[in-house]
Write a new protein. Sequence first.
Length: 703
Amino acid sequence: MHPPNSMLTVARKATGTQQVTIAIDMTEKTTSRGFEIAVLIALTALAIALRLHYITQPVRYDEALTYLQYASKPLGEALSHYGEPNNHLLNTALVHLAVRVFGNEPWVLRIPAFLAGVLIVPATFWASRKLYGGMTALLAAALVAVSASLIEYSVLARGYSFITFFFVTLIGLAAVLKNHNRPLLWGAFGLIAALGLYAIPVMVYPLGAVALWLLLSIWLENTGSQRAKLLWSLFLTLAAAALLTIALYLPVILNDGLEALTSNAFVTPPPPEVFYQQLPEILRHILRFPTRGFPDIALWALAAGTLISLIAHRRIAGHRLPVIIAAAAWILPVLFLQRVIPFDRTWLFLMPLYAIAGAAGWTFLVRRSPSLHMALIIATAAIAVVVVESEIIPRSEQTGNVPDAQAMALWLIENAQPEDQVLAPVPVDEPLRYYLNYFGRPDIPVLNQYQTSWIDIRRHSDGKRYVMGVEPGDPADFVAEFYLETPSFEFSLQPVQTFASSTAQTLTLDTLPQGVLFEMTFPSAEMELVTMRGFEERIASYQGETVLDVQTGDEWGELLLNGSQRWTDYAVEVVALVVRPGREDMDDLQISARYRPQVGAYNGSISVGNGRARIGADGATGWRGILNETPVQLAPGHWYTLRLQTIGDQIDLYVNNARAVSVEDSELTDGTVRLLFPPETHVYIKELRVYDVSPRAMATRQS
């Protein structure tokens, strides 16, 4: 047997596949395959124990949203919607199947992520062994087994543990395929790449890193026809993966459109100055998030090991280019080209790569002492004690941690009545909804700050208003948490129940009359509940009455009710006087019901000069057109009571309580109210009123 120094000399002179053989042969002299398997089994068992310790933790926001909006639905429906990137489709499909088999339990939701998270340990061992040998592989496996970030995302029903598992598996496959043209392995590479992209589109970062490393390794380590064949196989594999990915996403594309994937709010680039302002934080996340929870000494040791592995790369590795260099060469340019601000958890997949690089450096340093290397593995495994005792995982706020959600739900089930309101801001709302659903009370409505406003809160109710998850004491905290304006009317919050880390409060304030959703006369405290654009807010007196004086210039004027996006069957009543008609080709006043930005609205309008009343509609792509119109006798200088009413598919426009025009249309179901004033128009508004005309409200009024 060669002494260590002569073996290293041979390794430095060797290239390509020979170098791999020598590097692995060096470790085989110090460890047997049986020893490696035994240690790997022990490390995998440690990983399982650590993850099982947290698998029953309270359901978090993203998990609850995944289950309630997607995984609990029929599978075809769940995999056809991508309203937001929360729907990690592969995870959603597997969670759906797990719940079908084992029932709806928090630990059941996490079975798919848990299995992927555990498999990261042997996958890291395998990939690391292909790159550096068995001793490095054991130390790398130990690092990922005790990683707090990997533990946490192995027990969250999200897709990030899949991404990490797929990434490290692709590294292992690439380590073989860079020198060997094996069709089955190429097929596995393409399938895993497509599944990763289906799991979360951010797979583009790890997949691109591996593909670039494989491309460069093929080029550097092969020549002639062998190089050409391998490059062609790589191209065909990536093309097949792309086609398979498109096929997997086809239900989403057909249902929500390609823009749901490519143009949603989370992948739309912010202004350049915002991106560059956040760039230092993004880079910090790339370096620190994967290693979150490690003691400082372990972080410095990992960094030192990585540096050593790069310096000594040609002496310790059978491949020309370090994977971590290719990863940086891919991720950073793509980051600048996309110019998006990824979530910190996007970079979780880098933890096995950091572990492999750091382990390679330390294995090189202690290569002459197997016992010292084993001591490093044991010391690394001991980090598990630090992770558990620090409580970094139960205290983590990743993906919306609400420890009191179950206790809140049980308290509401005992105390809330059907007529009560429950107000809970993000991220409290979805875990609360989940546990209400879990305990059989999905009928208790929970509204967050995006689903309510003072308009909704002041709606008449015989019940109470409960506020969950807002710090007691200062009412301004409630106003800020729910994105409300400080009102002119009085309101108060009273604590009624204290949980481990939060409080339930009751909200008291003056309510609107029965059936009234909103009403405003002038001057009015309700002015703060509307947004006005395109005209100056002016209160005037006309024939002894106080009115809102609307005068537009070259642009449209708008009066928008803030909030109220959940209104369905209601009537908008406006008492208006057209002082000066606008342009002949435009109506003088337009009332919009069921209005949602970028979704649409039903529009009832009158034209004094043309003597007509019309109903039109906006859609997601713009103006749908006039749905119906009728002649109406109108004159300037007269007050008219206009009412646009939506009940189910029926939309009616009334002028002075007489139905002027009606249509049937089912495209829009709910939304708020706005008034539009064309350019060069002068209108007085004396009264604006919105009231409930749903069958339930009408029955209540009749009784």
